[in-house]
Write a protein that binds this ligand. Structure first.
Ligand SMILES: [Zn+2]
Ligand SMILES: [Zn+2]
Length: 279
């Protein structure tokens, strides 16, 4: 397997327009979170955020499989772009297989406007993530594979097991992916590692674990919020390699700063845009 980091930024990306913090002034660039996993000749796209169009133009990859972890904009808004590409511009592409939990599938479809809608309400609705999702499924551009939690599903060159964990006041899905004798673990935007998931990590001993850690620590400086995991939790994990990613400017750390802080951990590395890892 090969992993390509299409975006290593937090929900606002780096730099943030108008921001004059030292990270945003450092000329460092991080697009919103997205990972491309190459499994033999197939591509699995993990997260489809607001920078999907840019990422597509920059890295030009076909999508065979798509995984989305949760409903936050920075992980899902690219579905709107995907609808524009496939249904408005009518670009022909192989049908994308969406690997999604029943809970997330329902959640995306769930929000509803009152009916009947006025014309301008309809126009707004047509640019929503839910509408894009619905249309892509209906027009068979995307085929949903609804995967139950904690059950292993086999596809041609890999198997995948989905799990769910807490993410602030909502939930995030994650997965354990196996191909050949290699294992990749994706934590999504979890803000803790639940017992069940910790057990899977300990038993499966993944070759690589990807954690979305916007603030490097569990909370940004001078704030109490704990909606993501931090180095405090990761450093205790017995995993061959851990990749920290999804960095926010709020951490106040440039890539160089992050690398310095990670120097003492043999198995933890920091993502940057365009980074490639062989698993
Ligand atoms: Zn996020
Ligand atoms: Zn900034």
């Amino acid at each position: 397997m090969k992993l390509i980091i299409l975006g290593s930024g937090g929900s606002e990306g780096i730099p943030v327009p108008y921001c004059d913090c030292r990270v945003c002034k450092s000329r460092e660039k991080r697009l919103r979170t997205s990972y491309l996993i190459k499994i033999k000749d197939k591509n699995l796209l993990v997260e489809i955020g607001p920078d999907f169009r840019q990422q597509q133009l920059k890295y030009k990859f076909p999508i065979d499989y798509l995984f989305i972890s949760h409903v936050h904009d920075d992980h899902i808004r690219g579905l709107i772009e995907l609808r524009h590409i496939l249904l408005i511009a009518k670009i022909k592409m192989k049908r994308i297989r969406l690997l999604i939990s029943p809970k997330l599938h329902k959640r995306i479809l769930a929000e509803r406007l009152s009916e009947p809608m006025k014309a301008d309400e309809k126009a707004i609705e047509r640019e929503s993530v839910r509408y894009a999702y619905r249309r892509l499924l209906k027009k068979r551009k995307v085929e949903d594979h609804i995967l139950k939690y904690y059950r292993q599903y086999n596809f041609k060159d890999f198997s995948i097991l989905l799990f769910k964990d807490k993410h602030g006041n909502t939930f995030t899905d994650g997965f354990l992916l196996e191909s050949g004798n290699k294992k990749l673990f994706y934590l999504g935007d979890a803000n803790k590692i639940g017992e069940k998931i910790r057990k899977i990590i300990e038993e499966e001993k993944p070759d690589l674990l990807i954690a979305n850690t916007p603030y490097f620590y569990a909370s940004p400086p001078n704030e109490k919020k704990k909606d993501h995991i931090g180095i405090e939790t990761l450093k205790g994990l017995k995993v061959k390699k851990i990749l920290m990613s999804h960095f926010s400017h709020k951490a106040g750390l440039t890539h160089k700063d992050i690398r310095k802080r990670l120097a003492r951990y043999r198995n933890i590395i920091a993502a940057y845009d365009g980074m490639e890892l062989k698993i």
